[in-house]
Write a protein that binds this ligand. Structure first.
Ligand code: C2O
Ligand code: CU
Length: 492
């Protein structure tokens, strides 16, 4: 056992150093940050906004003089930003021009399960899929990405992903919202390149190492731009930061340690801004931050090793203690004045479980199990009554993981029994679960009922998800949950 442990640790350290991002002082910030275009919808006679999305192959140049085969949506790498307003009727015309079957999932969006774009809503090559729904949720920064079971990691790594901005009139006012000027999406990803310029899908080493740590990279892309800079023209800029990596956690901050205001998390704005100088995001998590600039400022957005003690070996292996540069922001000599941030932001009531809330426990096992079972597309794991608020406990006795639930918003109640830090008190759909930690969340379920199509919950480290660290739940008419569960032969 001791020898095995030594071998495992040795290999682990090898991966750790092979896939570290060590670019501090090495970047020249020569490429202007790409801002994904906003996709204009076509408006139907009945007022429905139709968005045309084509998943396609292409060629990108990330590194100077190197061509890289990539996948994207309406382009070679990543996809356009979609702006939706609460109350909108929307339709997505998704065409799959990729050489493989895929899906397109709306991460953080409340949609009927059959429109969710999860593993069951497959689109064959050459085929199209047209889900429709009505947007009914608070303002937030969401995103879309493939969700084909067993291939999600690879499809996302190749480049299929994009941002969705949900607006809600009452509460979005007063925050910077001039897209591409003082309101910027930052989709941050790590990638590895082979010497011939192609994406390296084997960079993590032997298969079993890849199984544990997933596809990582020693280069950072922001909105698909390597070595990026952005010219700031306003005193106050909102950054919608998304960690779009497969495995790597990032701990964002500025190289002059300036403070910023956290105004929103995954699925909504905070009740009031929270001042921070670091914000940690595991894969799939988002943070909306507002940063103040003085004329002539020149700062670098960086990922820092988390300061808190007790960062475990597994955590470090997932890139959490690397320190690397992400984006240089240079402010012009004269800046457009910014409005003060409203002292009150969201008016959405805090997610509060009832006294007699149903409680469920999910134990993350290894890199492929939840509660001892691996994902089975023909098995329903949980049945939840529509509109319920439940308490879910996520236990992690294993390596680094996080936990994401479809169609919900949740609030972190406690981590190992301790109240969460301010940045984890808002509306979320994905939460980091460190090794040997247990996180309790109050989960607000949606109102869309479907006795057949399930929603997913899973680890958002994409290789873990692909390997089966995922389960399925049905949302049913309240009062029928026990009967449905009994008919399915489960006790939930
Ligand atoms: Cu971002 Cu189930 O996914
Ligand atoms: Cu995991």
């Amino acid at each position: 056992v001791a020898v095995l442990a030594l071998v495992l640790t040795g290999t682990g350290i090898w991966v750790y150093s092979a896939l570290r991002v060590t670019n501090v002082g090495e970047l020249s910030f020569t490429n202007e940050l790409h801002v994904p275009p906003e996709l204009e919808p076509v408006i139907d006679e009945d007022g429905r906004k139709r968005f045309d999305l084509t998943m396609q192959e292409g060629t990108s140049e990330f590194l100077p003089g190197q061509e890289t085969a990539t996948w994207g949506v309406n382009g070679a790498y990543l996809g356009p930003t979609m702006r939706l307003e609460r109350g909108d009727d929307v339709a997505m015309n998704v065409t799959n021009d990729l050489p493989e079957t895929s899906t397109l999932h709306w991460h953080g969006m409340r949609v009927p399960a059959a429109m969710d774009g999860g593993p069951h809503q497959q689109i064959e090559p050459g085929q199209a899929w047209s889900p429709e729904w009505t947007v009914d949720q608070p303002a937030a920064s969401l995103w879309y990405h493939p969700h084909l079971h067993g291939a999600t990691a690879e499809h996302v790594y190749r480049g299929v992903a994009g941002m969705i901005i949900v607006e809600d009139d009452d509460v979005t006012e007063g925050l910077p919202n001039d897209y591409g000027v003082d309101d910027l999406p930052l989709l941050v990803q790590d990638r590895s390149f082979r010497s011939d310029g192609e994406l390296d899908l084997n960079a993590t080493g032997p298969l079993w190492m890849q199984a544990t740590y997933g596809l990582m990279g020693d280069q950072i892309l922001v909105n698909g731009t390597h070595d990026p800079y952005f010219e700031v023209e306003s005193e106050r800029v909102r950054l919608r930061v998304l960690n779009g990596s497969n495995t790597r956690s990032m701990n964002f901050g500025f190289d002059d340690d300036r403070a910023f205001q956290l105004v929103g998390t995954d699925t909504g704005l905070l009740p009031a801004p929270v001042e921070l100088d670091r914000i940690r995001l595991s894969p799939g998590e988002r943070a909306e931050i507002v940063v103040d600039f003085d004329p002539g400022d020149d700062v670098v957005l960086r990922s820092y090793a988390p300061k808190q003690a007790g960062s475990f070996a597994e955590d470090r292996l997932a890139g959490a203690d690397d320190e690397f540069d992400i984006l240089r922001l240079t402010a012009a000599g004269e800046l457009t004045p910014g409005e003060p941030i409203p002292a009150e932001l969201a008016t959405t009531p805090e997610i509060t479980p009832p006294e007699d809330a149903t409680e469920r426990v999910f134990t993350l096992g290894g890199t492929a199990h939840i509660n001892g079972a691996s994902m089975d597309m023909s098995r329903i794991d949980e049945v939840v009554p529509a509109g319920a608020t439940e308490i879910w406990t996520i236990e992690n006795p294993s390596v680094v993981h996080n936990f994401h639930i479809h169609d919900v918003a949740f609030r972190v109640l406690d981590i190992d029994g301790v109240e969460p830090p301010p940045e984890l008190t808002g509306r979320k759909d994905t939460v980091y679960v460190a090794p040997n930690t247990s996180v309790r969340i109050a989960v607000e379920f949606g109102e869309h009922v479907d006795p057949e199509a399930p929603y997913m919950y899973h680890c958002h480290l994409l290789e873990h998800e692909d390997q089966g660290m995922m389960g399925q739940f049905l949302v049913v008419e309240p009062g029928t949950e026990d009967e449905v569960a009994r008919d399915l032969g489960i006790d939930g």
